[in-house]
Design a protein around this ligand. Structure first.
Ligand code: ADP
Length: 178
């Protein structure tokens, strides 16, 4: 079920981040070099085509907690926003860096006047961030940020498995109804 805060709709759905045809921007759980790889980055680079890597080259490397924006090339969206999540147990403080990814991505979406954005569960794959802790950071950050959003009116979390979606839905429900 969708949630709402300060006029912003927040959804947690099960799906594939490369198949979100109705949102203006999708977020890439990138690596520092902004190259293709496993997980989300591999799926986005495959869907966008090789021109995405070309556009990314001069923007790399990025640091944990940072975000950069590019075109979406062959993907159905206007933009891809690339963020580098913290490697759990290595990049510290992890929660601050993960929150920064969500905030910086939303700031870039606002700077382009976008209305909708879809996030994967940043850092929860190869980077090892526990799913429930990551969902807690994500929900806290978006709730705090929602009051200052002017153009963004839909924020979607796209979770790869139904189990991950349920974790997010439960934690977002608790945060938004507190
Ligand atoms: P990170 O390196 O930041 O941990 P990953 O891409 O390894 O990023 O994984 C982040 C999360 O995205 C994981 O929970 C993983 O299951 C999920 N994921 C992988 N591929 C996709 C996809 N195509 N769409 C949505 N989520 C995905």
């Amino acid at each position: 079920m969708a949630l709402s805060a300060n006029g912003v709709t927040i959804e947690c759905i099960q799906g594939d981040i490369t198949r979100q045809d109705d949102v203006d921007a999708v977020v890439n759980a990138a690596n520092a070099e902004l190259m293709s790889g496993g997980g989300v980055a591999g799926a986005i680079h495959r869907a966008a085509g090789s021109a995405l890597a070309e556009e990314c080259k001069p923007l790399a490397p990025i640091k944990p907690g940072e975000a950069v924006i590019t075109g979406a090339h062959n993907m159905p969206n206007q933009y891809v926003i690339h963020v580098l999540g913290p490697v759990y147990g290595v990049d510290e403080p992890a929660a601050t860096l993960l929150a920064s990814c969500y905030r910086e991505a939303l700031d870039l979406a606002e700077s382009k006047g976008l209305r909708s954005i879809a996030f994967p569960a940043i850092s929860t794959g190869a980077f090892g961030y526990p799913m429930d802790h990551a969902a807690d950071v994500a929900s806290r950050t978006v709730l705090a940020k929602s009051a200052e959003l002017e153009s963004v009116e839909l924020i979607r979390w796209v979770l790869f498995s139904e189990e991950d979606r349920e974790v997010h839905q439960r934690i977002f429900d608790l945060m938004f109804n507190a």
